[in-house]
Design a protein around this ligand. Structure first.
Ligand SMILES: NC(=O)c1ccc[n+]([C@@H]2O[C@H](COP(=O)([O-])OP(=O)(O)OC[C@H]3O[C@@H](n4cnc5c(N)ncnc54)[C@H](O)[C@@H]3O)[C@@H](O)[C@H]2O)c1
Ligand SMILES: O=C(O)[C@H](O)COP(=O)(O)O
Length: 594
């Protein structure tokens, strides 16, 4: 089953993968590019590759970003695709880059038939990407979270000041030949209270600028640290306090279930009469019908909106047409500078992800800093191989339900992030027994879906914390084993491994200490310890030119029960394996493919 071990999707019956050149990576994202053709029976047939991945850029992206992409990939810039066309194209793409105008739905992931490995959101908000579907399909989602912050904050301030002084309405009236000086008397900002809802990147930049305009700034954000707010002279308050005391309310939270329609009939009723609302976050955080009612009732004096529940909003939208509302077409991130920055940020993130680097801006996977990843690399390989080994020891028919993983380390528990290791153990456990492709993105989802519980335990060891880990132990409870000696005294299948000179080693099977490098495949034999066993097995394998990389015997005591572990570079024939099993002293044996 080559393709599973390479971390790519299983070929479906409709697709034949004739050649592939995988870039195996720490977390299973591979960069592959195929040309697929229909054969006469209308089956997909992959018959050539150019070695480069294909990136579909579905919305306008800055030139600098395209340049970064083109150095590494084939780039297909196809803007304004219909949902159907996007679904058709996606099966030929390894990565997709979008802004807020493209809905990356479950159908998109399903249509990609496992090929789409990365979705890059050239901006912050990922509410247009079905994250659950991405995760289920093992597709990494990355965004560009920082490059448009200042642009969005500046747009928020532009809307705030333009609204206070009726700039948009006054401009339109002058252009219409009118001169209405008394109609467009505005309000001053100095001394007024601005409530910043969502004190993240954009919110805090808006707050900083509003302070410069002489406003009194308060903020509401359940997750923002108070000291960060204090540092720029902003007080963090409750939601109710913020909306009740503000003259201006500026929205800067993400659109998630908890923030959807956060401003609604009930919350508008709690606001100060004459409040002014600015929204450069997402349209969905306001109940737009409720806003129209609040404006008509005189609760909200004015609103300045860059974002809408539906974009573009309907031409006859009562909200947009209201004379107390000014609107821009989602321009928050649209400065030359921000678009150049976002394009580079997302292109680098997508290329990095296609190369298999763990992305610093991953939205649905653990973010592991490069230096931590370098340190963990051999343990990542060990984790997957131990998982593969353990599951192959389970006798057919006994379902794996509970897996206990123990990490022994000299480092403090909060100094070891095990999410990547857990994902690789899951990959090892699931892939040999299914046609599911597992990577760091969908590992937790996959085990949950299969009803497998992975319990993790840390054991703190004494010593210098030079290495992140001493050993990993995997135990599978409540199952039979096809190799009885792998069952420990406490009744579980148990395997344990360590990294030696950068190479993963199997160091324990059941209660037997062994030492075999996990580079090729392994034969485990159990026997009563006696002279000549290594020679007998070695000569059978040697006869068919199977190279033995390691041989080790773990025994309870001399001439007592023992387990012999033999590492082999090539797969022995069934005939040779049968001959090994027929050696009289051998009680049981198993061949484990890594
Ligand atoms: N109009 C545009 O073009 C444009 C440009 C950039 C960002 N945005 C949008 O602006 C918003 C903020 O972007 P950002 O980069 O500052 O994101 P961010 O993640 O840095 O900040 C969001 C903040 O919202 C807070 N938050 C979460 N739930 C909340 C809740 N229930 N109540 C109050 N606060 C809550 C978070 O703790 C976080 O501090 C996002 O919706 C983003 O999509 C729009
Ligand atoms: O979330 C964002 O980054 C902004 O809303 C910008 O969206 P855009 O890339 O579609 O301009």
């Amino acid at each position: 089953m080559t393709s599973t071990s390479l971390g790519i999707s299983q070929p479906s019956t409709r697709v034949s993968w004739l050649r592939h050149r995988p870039l195996f990576t720490a977390f299973g994202v591979t960069t592959l590019s195929f040309r697929r053709h229909f054969d006469q029976s209308r089956r997909f047939v992959v018959f050539s590759m150019d070695g480069k991945p294909t990136v579909l850029v579905a919305e306008k992206l800055g030139e600098a970003g395209l340049k970064v992409l083109k150095e590494f990939a084939n780039v297909d810039c196809s803007y304004n695709l219909s949902p159907e066309d996007l679904c058709t194209k996606i099966s030929l793409c390894d990565a997709l880059i979008v802004r807020s105008g493209t809905k990356v739905t479950r159908e998109v992931f399903e249509s990609s038939v496992g090929r789409l490995k990365v979705v890059g959101r050239a901006g912050v908000g990922i509410d247009n990407v079905d994250l659950a579907a991405a995760t289920e399909h093992g597709c990494l989602v990355v965004n560009a979270p920082t490059a448009n912050t200042v642009a969005a904050a500046e747009h928020g301030i532009a809307l705030l000041t333009a609204m206070a002084r009726n700039i948009a309405q006054a401009d339109a009236s002058v252009k219409a030949g009118k001169w209405l000086r008394s109609k467009y008397v505005g309000v001053s900002l100095v001394g007024k209270t601005l409530a910043v809802m969502g004190f993240g990147k954009v919110g805090s930049e808006v707050a900083r600028r509003a302070k410069g305009l002489g406003m009194h700034v308060i903020a509401h954000d359940p997750y923002a640290p108070a000291d960060r707010a204090r540092a720029i002279g902003v007080e963090l308050v409750s939601f109710n306090e913020a909306i009740a005391s503000a003259d201006f309310i500026s929205l800067h939270m993400p659109l998630i279930a908890a923030t959807s329609k956060m401003l609604n009939d009930e919350t508008f009723a709690k606001m100060k009469k004459g409040v002014r609302i600015i929204n450069v976050a997402r349209g969905g955080v306001i109940d737009e019908d409720a806003l129209v009612k609040a404006i008509d009732a005189g609760i909200v004096a004015q609103a300045a909106l860059d974002v809408f529940t539906e974009e573009p909003p309907a031409k006859d939208s009562k909200l947009v047409q209201n004379e107390n509302v000014i609107a821009t077409p989602h321009l928050g991130a649209s400065t030359m500078e921000a678009q150049e920055g976002v394009a580079i940020e997302i292109a680098e993130a997508v290329v990095g992800a296609l190369k298999g680097e763990l992305a610093a801006t991953a939205v649905n996977a653990p973010m592991v800093p490069a230096e931590v990843l370098t340190e963990l690399k051999p343990f990542v390989a060990l984790a997957e191989k131990l998982g593969r080994l353990a599951v192959q020891l389970v006798a057919g028919g006994s379902g794996v339900k509970t897996v206990k993983v123990t990490y022994a380390s000299t480092r403090a528990p909060d100094d070891l992030d095990t999410r990547l290791l857990r994902a690789m153990i899951t990959k090892g456990l699931i892939e040999p027994i299914s046609n599911v492709f597992v990577n760091v993105v969908n590992a937790d989802f996959t085990v949950k879906q299969r009803g497998i519980r992975i319990a993790e335990e840390r054991v703190m060891l004494d010593g210098s914390p030079e290495s992140p880990l001493e050993l990993i132990q995997i135990q599978i409870a409540n199952v039979q084993s096809k190799f009885a000696s792998a069952i420990s005294d406490s009744g579980e299948i148990k395997v344990e491994g360590r990294v030696k000179d950068g190479i993963p080693h199997l160091t324990k099977v059941g209660s037997f200490e062994v030492d075999v490098s996990l580079e090729g495949s392994i034969i485990l034999c159990s026997q009563v310890d006696q002279p000549g066993m290594i020679g007998k097995v070695g000569s059978i394998l040697g006869e068919e030119n199977v190279n033995v990389s390691f041989m080790t015997v773990g025994r309870i005591a001399p001439r007592k029960q023992a387990v012999m572990a033999i590492g082999v570079d090539e797969e022995p024939s069934k005939k040779s394996l049968k001959r090994v099993g027929e050696i009289p002293a051998i009680q049981e044996f198993v061949y484990l493919n890594l």
